[in-house]
Design a protein around this ligand. Structure first.
Ligand SMILES: [Zn+2]
Length: 81
C-alpha cells in the first residue's frame, strides 16, 4: 500500500518491526526469530539456508537483495547431497 511513493525512506522503518518471517531471499528462508540490535541499531532475523546453516541477517540487507545465502561456500552443482 505504501510501496508507491516512499521506498527510500527506510530510516523511518527503524523501530518499526516489519515481519519478514516466512519470506524467501535467494537460498535463505526467514525464520520467526527476530532481534533488534542496539549497536548498530538494526533489525536482524534468523534465517535458514538451503545448506542447513542458520545465520542472523540484517533485515535491510535481505530486503535490498544484498544477501542471498548464509555466507558459506555452496556447491552449486548439485541440489542437496
Ligand atoms: Zn548456505
Amino acid at each position: 500500500m505504501d510501496w508507491a511513493g516512499n521506498s527510500e525512506g527506510y530510516g523511518a522503518m527503524i523501530g518499526r518491526r516489519e515481519d519478514l518471517s516466512g519470506r524467501v531471499f535467494g537460498n535463505l528462508t526467514v525464520l520467526p526469530n527476530y532481534r533488534h540490535l542496539q549497536r548498530p541499531a538494526r533489525a536482524v532475523w534468523l534465517t535458514v539456508c538451503t545448506c542447513g546453516a542458520r545465520t542472523w541477517k540484517a533485515a535491510d540487507n535481505l530486503k535490498r537483495g544484498y544477501i542471498k545465502s548464509c555466507g558459506n561456500e555452496h556447491r552449486w552443482r548439485a541440489d542437496g547431497d
